[in-house]
Write a new protein. Structure first.
Length: 316
């Protein structure tokens, strides 16, 4: 009878974790890493690859660089367009160039001098006409010369005012819009060039490099996988009768072959849908049971590696 009871206890312990012994439930599972993947924003051939599997990297370290000759050319063209737009805007905002205005002013001074001379000549001719020394025709010629000089002065004065004025508002608005568009094009080209260099988004262990130097990486395709510190989680499977007893935030002791003591895991997620065949459990009895997948963040990993089988025991 005693042997039969012992057999029943052994069988129950194999099927129901935590049955018998000290009564502390334990569950089978394995370690999994929350990797951070570094990928290019656009496709390109890998021209430089500094990441090596197994190396430690810090945030901001260079991982790889894509060929960027096209992006450099596009940026230079965008800068040139922005410079042209800037010059056009400044020209329309300030009016004509100073040397052009100086030429108009000098011409105006000459025209005013000619006007003064024409006025003096006309006055003298009119006096001589009064004394009968010159004909009326001479008076008419000098009057025409004075009128022409006066009109020339008026024309140059108006031309000077136009040269000193900025462009009309509509022209300036168009120039400002062109300048803004050119700056946006330059910023886009600069961003495209910067995207050809990919730095480590986080510090950690380079776990996997998926491409070799010279290969073409697709847009958004991971090139380097990084495992940050404290990024391990324990995945284990809880029988349906035990699920209601486990709460988010509950802490479990973690043990495994060759692992140090003191490793714990805090429950962060519990699946709402059950499954029948968890990948870590192989016995026929266990496969037949209804279980729920649970995730727990591992603390004090102390050399624990992704994929390592684990046993999680509830703290008494």
């Amino acid at each position: 009878m005693s042997a039969f009871v012992d057999w029943i206890a052994t069988f129950a312990a194999a099927i129901f974790p935590g049955f018998g012994g000290d009564g502390v439930p334990s569950y089978n599972g394995y370690a999994e890493g929350d990797y951070v993947y570094a990928a290019p924003a656009a496709a390109g051939r890998i021209a430089q690859l500094d990441a090596v599997e197994g190396m430690q990297v810090h945030k901001g370290d260079l991982l790889f660089r894509l060929e960027n000759s096209q992006q450099v050319a596009a940026l230079n063209a965008a800068k040139a367009n922005a410079a042209v737009a800037q010059a056009n805007l400044e020209n329309l905002s300030t009016g004509s160039r100073l040397p052009e205005i100086d030429v108009i002013r000098a011409t105006l001074d000459q025209a005013r001098a000619d006007q003064t001379l024409a006025a003096s000549t006309l006055a003298r001719t009119q006096q001589l006409r009064a004394s009968g020394a010159v004909s009326q025709a001479k008076v008419d010629v000098d009057q025409a010369s004075y009128d022409s000089a006066t009109a020339h002065v008026a024309q140059l004065e108006a031309q000077l005012k136009v040269a000193e004025l900025p462009a009309r508002n509509a022209q300036r608005v168009a120039a400002e819009a062109s300048h803004t568009a050119a700056l946006a094009q330059e910023a886009g080209a600069q961003s495209a060039l910067s995207d050809r260099t990919v730095d480590a988004p986080v510090g950690g262990l380079v776990d996997k490099v998926y491409y070799d130097l010279g290969e073409v990486a697709g847009a958004g395709a991971p090139v380097v996988a990084i495992l940050p510190p404290n990024a391990l989680k324990a995945l284990f499977f809880v029988p349906e009768p035990d699920r209601a007893q486990i709460k988010l935030g509950e802490v479990f002791n973690v043990s495994c072959t060759g692992c140090a003591s003191g490793i714990t895991a805090k429950v962060t997620r519990m699946a709402s849908s059950p499954q029948y065949t968890p990948p870590i459990i192989y016995s026929r009895e266990e496969r037949a049971r209804l279980v729920f997948r649970v995730e727990a963040r591992v603390n004090n990993a102390q050399g624990l590696l992704p994929g390592q089988p684990l046993t999680l025991s509830a703290k008494p």
